[in-house]
Design a protein around this ligand. Structure first.
Ligand SMILES: [Zn+2]
Ligand SMILES: [Zn+2]
Length: 203
C-alpha cells in the first residue's frame, strides 16, 4: 500500500499548490482591480492600464503573445525560485508553484478563447475542470465585476465569494485607512472611461 500512500500524498500536495497559486493570482488581481491606479509610476502603465483595458475589451489581450502577457509574472516566479534557493528550500513544490503563477495570464487567456481557438487539448482541460472555464470566468466580467478574481480553477471563487472575502478585506482597509476601492469605468454607471483609455482602445 506504500505506493498508494505516496500517490495520494503527491496528489494532495499538487492540489494544495494549484489552489495556492489560484489564491495568489486572485489576490493580486483583486489588488489591481480595487486599488491599482492607472497613473502610478511604473506599475500604472505596466499592470494597471492593461488590466483596465481588459475590463473594457476582454478579448483584446488575446492579440498579445505569451511573452508580452507573461514576462512580468515570469520575473516574479524566478525571484520566488531564487529566494527559495537562497533559503535552502527549493523543493519541487516551489517549481510547480512558480510554473503555475508564471502562466496564470495564459490560463486566463484560454478562459477567454472559444473551444475552436483553444483546440482539443486545452478544451479537454476545461471539460475536466482542471483549468478555469470560460463560463466560470464570465462571472468576473459581469457587472459589478467584483467577484471571481481567481483565474486558475473553478474551485476557489465560489468559496471566497460566498464568504464575501474580498468585500470584507475592502471593508477592513476602508475602516483602517479610509481608502475606498477605485471606480471601475467599465461597469455601467461608473464611467466615463478616462481619456488615455479612449485613445488606447481605438487603435
Ligand atoms: Zn478584473
Ligand atoms: Zn478576463
Amino acid at each position: 500500500m506504500h505506493w498508494l500512500m505516496v500517490t495520494v500524498s503527491f496528489l494532495l500536495q499538487l492540489t494544495a499548490l494549484v489552489l495556492a497559486a489560484d489564491f495568489v493570482s486572485g489576490f493580486f488581481h483583486w489588488l489591481e482591480d480595487a486599488y491599482g491606479h492607472p497613473d502610478t509610476p511604473l506599475l500604472g502603465p505596466l499592470i494597471v492600464r492593461p488590466n483596465i483595458v481588459h475590463h473594457h475589451q476582454p478579448r483584446r489581450f488575446l492579440r498579445h503573445g505569451w511573452w508580452h502577457s507573461s514576462w512580468d509574472l515570469l520575473c516574479i516566479a524566478l525571484l520566488v525560485v531564487l529566494g527559495a534557493y537562497w533559503l535552502g528550500c527549493l523543493t519541487w513544490h516551489v517549481w510547480v508553484f512558480a510554473l503555475l503563477t508564471a502562466n496564470v495570464n495564459q490560463f486566463h487567456k484560454w478562459a477567454h478563447r472559444t473551444r475552436a481557438e483553444n483546440g482539443p487539448l486545452i478544451s479537454l482541460l476545461h471539460d475536466l475542470r482542471l483549468l478555469q472555464t470560460a463560463r466560470h470566468h464570465a462571472r468576473h466580467h459581469t457587472d459589478p465585476k467584483n467577484v471571481a478574481y481567481c483565474v486558475l480553477t473553478n474551485a476557489l471563487n465560489p468559496c471566497l465569494d460566498r464568504l464575501r472575502f474580498w468585500d470584507t478585506l475592502e471593508h477592513v482597509i476602508w475602516k483602517l485607512t479610509g481608502l475606498r476601492r477605485r471606480a471601475d469605468t467599465s461597469v455601467n454607471g461608473q464611467g466615463p472611461a478616462p481619456e488615455w483609455l479612449r485613445a488606447e482602445i481605438t487603435n
